[in-house]
Ligand binder design. Structure first.
Ligand SMILES: NC(=O)c1ccc[n+]([C@@H]2O[C@H](COP(=O)([O-])OP(=O)(O)OC[C@H]3O[C@@H](n4cnc5c(N)ncnc54)[C@H](OP(=O)(O)O)[C@@H]3O)[C@@H](O)[C@H]2O)c1
Length: 289
């Protein structure tokens, strides 16, 4: 890698943790720019000496590596701002959106930078929550050849697994991450709330769901298809599924039904006599739903 000097635009969850991680691996953070001139109140340890919010710093004006870690909807505006504010000729500008491609940084490209998208397949909770792990995280890289090359080098430096994604695959790629990590997150929180309604609400310690959810997630990660799935759907225990559908909030029951149908279709029961708990059969059993 030519040099390890970098700047970050977007002092949020990814930006601050990336800056800290890069510094821990020998990078020199020239500055971090946010939308407002104040330092974030929640600041990652290791970033206390970093300059916040100014392009007036001469060293920042020529950062060789710029990470754009703002929300997706802000990337185009930031790219325009960067092109107008920094000397980008020869710089590499990388954004961290899972969905958008390098083209979102078009103005930086026109100003002489090479541009790319650099997306860690990881979740970054707010600073102060559980710290994000970078080692062995896969990182989807796409864009101009020089930007991709640098994106690979940065990822390797941080102990990640970079891979080249085709721009046309980014929407499906990002949807896959959302289904696996975000939808499951909503369902786990919901499951915890339902358990609380049953009186299971310990004041301290990990969630009572932890052993079940962690084991089930590990089983799912080990699986090629649905061979490790347990529970009423996998057993095709339709009476039990129907009972679940009766007691769940209607929108959750609807999702449950849809996923059950999806499982039946994908797992290919091969047994036409087995009853499927489809929306239709539920309506038969529970006409009010
Ligand atoms: N969080 C994740 O798990 C995760 C994982 C992988 C990739 N990503 C991607 O990483 C990017 C950032 O996500 P995030 O979760 O870190 O978002 P975030 O926590 O909301 O942080 C975004 C930061 O950008 C700042 N910002 C907004 N507009 C700006 C502008 N015009 N100029 C300078 N700074 C600006 C925000 O400031 P304010 O506080 O003033 O709004 C905030 O500090 C997104 O593209 C996201 O898709 C996120």
């Amino acid at each position: 890698m030519a040099g390890l000097d970098f700047a970050v635009v977007g002092p949020g969850r990814v930006g601050l943790q990336l800056a800290r991680q890069f510094i821990n691996h020998g990078g020199r953070c020239l500055g971090i720019r946010g939308r407002n001139p104040q330092r974030p109140t929640e600041i990652a340890p290791g970033l206390r000496d970093v300059v916040f919010d100014t392009w007036r710093e001469p060293r920042l004006r020529a950062a060789p590596i710029v990470f754009v870690t703002v929300p997706d909807r802000q990337i185009a505006d930031v790219a325009t701002d960067l092109a107008a504010s920094l000397a980008l000729d020869g710089s590499v500008v990388l954004h961290t959106s899972g969905l958008l491609t390098a083209d979102a940084l078009g103005p930086c490209r026109e100003a002489g930078a090479t541009v790319g998208s650099w997306h860690p397949l990881q979740t970054f909770p707010p600073i102060g929550a559980r710290e994000a792990v970078w080692t062995d995280v896969w990182c989807a890289v796409e864009g101009d050849p020089a930007a991709c090359e640098l994106g690979f080098e940065v990822a390797h430096l941080l102990g990640m697994h970079p891979w080249r994604i085709e721009p046309e695959h980014k929407a499906v790629y990002h949807a896959a991450a959302a289904v696996a990590a975000n939808l499951s997150h909503v369902l786990v929180v919901l499951g915890g709330q339902l358990l609380q309604e049953c009186g299971l609400r310990p004041e301290k310690g990990p969630s009572p769901l932890a052993p079940l959810v962690l084991a089930s997630t590990r089983n799912a990660l080990d699986a090629r298809q649905f061979e490790n799935l347990t529970g009423a759907i996998a057993r095709r225990d339709h009476a039990t599924v129907r009972k679940h559908l009766e007691v769940l909030p209607a929108p959750v029951a609807a999702v449950y039904r849809e996923l059950q149908s999806y499982f039946e279709a994908k797992a290919g029961s091969g047994d036409a006599s087995r009853e499927q708990v489809t929306a239709e059969s539920c309506r038969r059993h529970h006409p009010t739903r």
